[in-house]
Structures are given as structure tokens and as C-alpha cells.
Ligand binder design. Structure first.
Ligand SMILES: [Zn+2]
Length: 224
């Protein structure tokens, strides 16, 4: 693929792909929030992406990827995935450190290096946050028997299968709270203020909705 597009444009396209996969209406304010940029910056970027033929903005204000935009978004997501796995599996970097590093490096990967990474790591594995290459919808996850902590049942024991990774601050928060991929937790209560009380080996924790929606679980096998 020729390098005809800037790194920040790749970030926009990847964010649109991710939001779309999650079934969200992709509107400029969502992109501003996710990419931590101003509303005028999003307007400018969308104009350029539209001119380049990578997105379409409907009369309803919803941003959609064109086939060309989707292709670039998918490639950026694939490179992100491969870089994360390289950092973790080859260099032993911690799961809560690699997302930001991969955000920078994904734009620097040449097609030849990408081919090498694919050959070495494959495309089908999960990254250290437990995620597969985008786009993956919540429905696909639920079909695999996974659900977010916000929808988990009180009194049941689950293991953490994946963490939503787009916000590095959230990943650090989860890590510092003692929540790592593979952790076993018991849902103790769902509270009136939409927080969830859980019990983990380190003790009891109360998590707010943004964290509870970002933690994906699988029911533990009671016979184990
Ligand atoms: Zn990841």
C-alpha cells in the first residue's frame, strides 16, 4: 500500500472503524472525545478525509468509511495488533505499557516489515489485552460467550478475557487497581449509582460504569 495518508488521518480512520464496529453512531463529537482533539480539528480532518475519498459524511452528520477508508483503517488496526504482540511476545513489555507504544509505531511499519510480523506472529491470535484485530462487534464477543462486567450477574465468578484498550489511562487505572487479563473475579453487587462491587484476590473494589463497560468477562467453569 502506498503511503498517501498522514498518521493522524490513519488514527481517524481506525477510530471510525472501531466506533462503527461497536455499533455507535460515528459523529464528530465522538471522534473529538476519543482522539482528544478539538471540534474544529475534527471538522478540518474530516474535510481532508472526504476530499481524499476515505469517508462520507451523511446528511444526518454520521461519518462512514468508504471502501478505501475501510482498507486503510483495517491495515492500521492490523499493524497496531501485530506491533502490540511483537512488543509483548518478543520483547516482554507489560500489557499496560504497549498500547501507546503501538499507537506510535503502527504508522512507521513498512509493508515488508508488516509481512515479516505477519509471518512470525500470524493474524489470528489475541493481543495482550485479549483483543483480536478490529473490527469486532460486541455481538461477536457475546456469541463467544463473553460479556462486559456492567452486564455480569451478581454472585457469579468470571475471568477477565479482554480489556477495551483505546484509553491508556483506563488501562493504567485497571492495572493499578489489580485488574489484569486472566484475573478471576467475583461480582459481589450491582449498586444503585451504576457502580459494580467486585471481589478479587487483592480485596474488594468498586468500579464505575466506564471501567465496568471496558472489562470483558467469561463465566468460569465451576468444575475446574
Ligand atoms: Zn491490544
Amino acid at each position: 500500500m502506498k503511503e498517501t495518508i498522514h498518521a493522524s488521518q490513519q488514527d481517524y480512520l481506525k477510530a471510525i472503524l472501531e466506533a462503527d464496529a461497536e455499533g455507535r453512531q460515528v459523529i464528530p463529537t465522538l471522534l473529538a472525545h476519543w482522539l482528544k482533539v478539538s471540534a474544529p480539528a475534527v471538522t478540518m480532518a474530516l474535510k481532508r478525509l472526504k476530499r481524499g475519498g476515505f469517508v462520507e459524511v451523511g446528511a444526518d452528520g454520521i461519518v462512514r468509511l468508504t471502501p478505501a477508508g475501510r482498507e486503510i483503517a483495517f491495515h492500521t488496526a492490523l499493524r497496531h495488533h501485530l506491533i502490540e504482540r511483537m512488543l509483548a511476545e518478543i520483547f516482554g513489555m507489560e500489557w499496560y505499557e504497549i498500547h501507546e507504544e503501538a499507537e506510535r509505531l503502527e504508522h512507521a511499519v513498512s509493508p515488508a516489515f508488516e509481512a515479516k510480523l505477519r509471518e512470525k506472529l500470524g493474524e489470528s491470535g489475541a493481543c495482550p489485552h485479549g483483543n483480536f484485530v478490529l473490527p469486532e462487534s460486541p455481538e461477536e464477543r457475546k456469541n463467544r460467550g463473553e460479556l462486559p462486567l456492567s452486564e455480569a450477574a451478581v454472585g457469579c465468578r468470571y475471568s477477565v478475557v479482554s480489556l477495551q484498550e483505546r484509553d491508556p489511562n483506563l488501562l493504567l487505572f485497571l492495572h493499578r487497581s489489580g485488574i489484569d487479563p486472566g484475573l478471576s473475579l467475583l461480582v459481589a453487587a450491582k449498586n444503585y449509582d451504576e457502580t459494580v462491587s467486585i471481589h478479587i484476590n487483592k480485596g474488594d473494589l468498586i468500579l464505575g460504569r466506564p471501567a465496568a463497560e471496558a472489562i470483558w468477562l467469561k463465566l468460569e467453569n465451576k468444575n475446574k
